[in-house]
Design a binder for this molecule. Structure first.
Ligand code: MLT
Length: 311
């Protein structure tokens, strides 16, 4: 029987599929050392964004034939090394698109109406309608950086709220943006024109700190910034400086440069302006089932037939 290690949290639906045809070890609380000790025993691995399959881990994974990424981003996998070793790597990019897009809109509205702050205050007995005065989103401009799958849904949801949506995406075919009724502009122009800026790029050398000091300086005063993509796309120090100077009116952040974070994170000095969640973009019952089932089926297919199932 094939042996499959599931070292990040995925839904039971995928585990049940795997268990029909493989010996499965599901443990999402392994330390790095424990993971490195056992990784050599497995033919297949399923991970989300927490487990790091870097060169060190791949060198120990002597029997490994397939890595299933239950989710979208590949930034925790050394793809070059995996390819050198002939390990098949796939992701399940469609399963959590809607959840990530909805989470972005949830943060956008939370920020605009101070919902978490007012909720916290009221739980502590403070009724303050003046302090938590908000702002409407209708007719405001949302600038989307990265108009791929998730960015496209964010654009449509925001248009549904009456927002004007513009975007930058050097890799997108112009017809796709036209179909969405979203003008594609230069990166700088998007920064200059937007009341809200939302990041939806993968993490690559090109997108590392795509928003840093220079970009914040280019933005409108009182801009609001959202990141439900990858923590390292946003320069934390630059955002903190922009919150401190008052340039940025608010930030909705789901992902961080290092995860997990604790209560000492610099954003918490600006709790009135920053709404945070713990990398929950893809964490809904629907998305978790989708990515877990797809990853399980595809890992089994590679192990049994040497390739991914035909879609
Ligand atoms: C993803 O890349 O799909 C998301 O970050 C969700 C996750 O895997 O944790």
């Amino acid at each position: 029987m094939f042996k499959v290690l599931v070292s990040d949290y995925i839904s039971e639906a995928g585990i049940e599929i795997l268990e029909k045809e493989a010996e499965v070890y599901f443990n999402h609380q392994l330390s790095r050392e424990e993971f490195l000790d056992i990784v050599g025993d497995y033919d297949g691995i399923i991970i989300r964004s927490f487990t790091r399959l870097d060169k060190e881990a791949l060198n120990k994974a002597e029997k490994l034939k397939v890595i299933g990424r239950a989710g979208t981003g590949y930034d925790n996998i050394d793809l070059e090394e995996a390819s050198k070793k002939g390990v098949v790597v796939f992701n399940t990019p469609t399963g959590n698109t809607i959840s990530a897009a909805e989470h972005t809109i949830a943060l956008l509205l939370s920020l605009s109406r101070n919902i978490p702050q007012a909720n916290n205050a009221l739980h502590n007995g403070i009724w303050d309608r003046k302090k938590y005065n908000g702002t409407e989103v209708r007719d405001k401009t949302l600038g989307i950086i990265g108009l791929g799958r998730i960015g496209s849904y964010v654009a449509q949801f925001a248009q549904g709220l009456g927002m004007k949506v513009i975007a930058n995406d050097p890799y997108l075919a112009p017809e796709k943006a036209e179909n969405l009724n979203v003008p594609l502009l230069d990166f700088e122009e998007v920064l200059q024109k937007s009341d809200y800026i939302s990041l939806h790029t993968p993490l690559t050398d090109e997108t590392f700190h795509i928003l840093s000091h220079k970009e914040f300086a280019t933005m409108k005063d009182d801009v609001r910034v959202l990141n439900v993509a990858r923590g390292k796309n946003l320069d934390t120090e630059a955002l903190v400086a922009a919150l401190k100077s008052g340039k940025v009116a608010g930030a909705g952040i789901d992902v961080f440069e290092e995860e997990p974070i604790d209560e000492n994170h610099p954003y918490f000095k600006y709790s009135d302006k920053v709404v945070v969640t713990c990398h929950l973009g893809g964490t809904t019952t629907e998305a978790m089932d989708n990515v877990s089932i797809a990853a399980a089926e595809q890992v089994l297919s590679v192990l049994k037939n040497g390739g991914l199932p035909e879609s």
